[in-house]
Design a protein around this ligand. Structure first.
Ligand code: TYM
Length: 329
């Protein structure tokens, strides 16, 4: 059976972009693959986090993973910091990296911009830790949104570099991007990624927003100068983004949606879109509200960390042996 690995940062409540670009796709994969899904708290601490908020966000993310339909009997759900092999291999992958390639990562450039001398070292070490996450499980495929593409390419480069320096230790993973929705854009700026760290809360829909908030955000969403509901990414990025969201939440094709709203303008389209998004999130929110109260979550995470450690420790030992670190015997 082929292996899937993916991770999400517990750095705030997930957005509709996280859901449509990544999480939604995790669910059908559980029936076909050996899936490891991780709460990457060590990635979250590359920028300062309030301890109480981080603890809460880890728990919330675990509940959301299950609420979207992941079955803990089928997948391994765990917290990164509870499997020490991640930090250990993260260090080794950092030692396999070159400063130049790390400084070229666009996410590093964006996040370090304007920080002068005070750029946290963790931001630079972030991609090698992500490479470690993936390589520890002999992963075949990594389902992620488009913003992670460069990190995946680096992971493959580091794995190949290590294999040619020592021996064929790592399996080379492949990225799995969704056909549509790999990059959901901000509701306030059709050229900017929807992000949970956006200071303008009108730019994103949180997976836990209530129906009123969702409706208001969609009604206020940016549109383009003419009033046609037409998919044209270059000329009409804002409306094209809303149509993509509509399509992913309803299962209707972009052509069908275009035909449905021909000559109707943005008002009717936005009203229906709000309804479609509310109905997509409603069952997830209901399950989330039940799960967040239970101790079942802790049991699942404890078992998940044990199961993940079994695989990760084996691969780590293989790596350390190849490098001359583990004592033989
Ligand atoms: P994170 O936590 O920022 O995002 C989690 C997942 O959501 C996707 N995503 C989006 N997809 C479409 N449109 C958007 N606007 C959007 N915003 C986010 C991301 O691509 C991602 O798939 N570095 C990773 C976490 C990570 C990881 C890993 C992922 C750590 N180790 C190993 C895969 C494998 C991150 O920060 O994702």
């Amino acid at each position: 059976m082929k292996t899937i690995f993916s991770g999400i940062q517990p750095s705030g409540i997930l957005t509709l972009g996280n859901y449509l670009g990544a999480m939604k796709h995790f669910v059908p994969l559980q029936d076909e693959f050996n899936c490891f899904y991780c709460i990457v708290d060590q990635h979250a601490i590359t920028v300062p986090q309030d301890p109480a908020v981080l603890r809460e966000n880890i728990r919330r993310l675990a509940a959301l993973y299950l609420a979207v339909g992941l079955d803990p009997e089928k997948v391994t759900l765990f917290i990164q910091s509870e499997v020490p092999a991640h930090a250990k291999l993260g260090w080794i992958m950092l030692c396999t990296s070159y400063l130049g390639e790390l400084e070229r990562m666009t996410q590093f450039k964006d996040k370090s911009d304007g920080r002068g001398e005070s750029i946290p070292g963790g931001l630079l070490a972030y991609p090698p830790l992500m490479a470690a996450d993936i390589l520890l499980y002999d992963t075949d495929f990594v389902p992620v949104g488009e913003d992670q593409k460069q990190h995946l390419e680096l992971t493959r480069d580091l794995a190949n570099r290590f294999n040619s320096r020592y021996s064929e230790v790592f399996k080379i993973p492949e990225i799995r991007l969704p056909e549509t929705g790999a990059r959901i854009m901000s509701l306030q700026d059709g050229t900017k990624k929807m992000s949970k760290s956006d200071s303008n809360v009108g730019g994103f829909i949180s997976m836990l927003d209530d129906p009123d908030t969702i409706t208001k955000k969609i009604k206020r969403a940016q549109t383009d100068s003419d009033s046609a509901v037409r998919y044209d990414k270059a000329e009409k990025p804002a409306v094209s983004n809303l149509m993509t969201i509509y399509s992913l939440c309803s299962g209707k094709s972009l052509d069908e949606i275009g035909a449905m709203y021909e000559g109707k303008g943005y008002g009717a389209f936005k009203g229906d879109l709000a309804e479609v998004v509310v109905e997509t999130l409603r069952p997830i929110q209901e399950r989330y509200n039940q799960l967040i109260q239970t101790s079942e979550l802790d049991d699942i995470l404890t078992k998940g960390a044990e199961k993940a450690s079994e695989t990760a420790n084996k691969v780590l030992l293989r790596v350390e042996k190849a490098m001359g670190m583990a004592r033989l015997g």
